[in-house]
Design a protein around this ligand. Sequence first.
Ligand code: AMP
Length: 178
Amino acid sequence: MTAQRLADLVRDVPDFPKPGIVFKDITPLLASPAGFAAAVEAMRRLAPPEVDQVVGLEARGFLFAAPVALTLGAGFVPVRKHGKLTGPTVQRSYALEYGTETLAVHADGIRPGARVLLVDDVLATGGTLAAAAHLVSQLGGDLVGVIVLLELAQLKGREFLRSRGVPEVNCVLGPRDT
Ligand code: AMP
């Protein structure tokens, strides 16, 4: 499947969940067996060698991280919103446009020294991936890669993550301006 056909399976939803936001709806892509398979295969190809654990970010990141983990022969580890995991957990809060969000991972979820890949659907400001990267490092994981389906380039998340020392983001569909 061409990159353009894959990109066409992501639907722009203007003013969702609030005015001014163009929400990237991946449900048409997930509903297409060929599209979903192509997205997972593209992520597999972008992955660095010898990944031990794939971390997926709640909730849409799970949908890509889990099959990518299987294809890489790696374990899947969920990073969830605070309060969802049974614990013990380690947590990281970060600023949103309004208020804060807290992410958590099981304290024994990341094996010290494991080669860890982070996977999510959309890179926007980078706050979510930066918090997840922090959790991986805090638990002694070796963060070896970051993969997203698409990137909202105007929000400069890539630059933000670079400034935090997070490995360069690999993006399946290339930067978008909306
Ligand atoms: P950020 O922390 O700003 O990079 O936001 C990334 C997280 O928010 C990802 O987990 C995305 O699923 C979600 N997200 C942010 N902006 C959008 C958008 N325009 N469309 C879909 N998901 C988004």
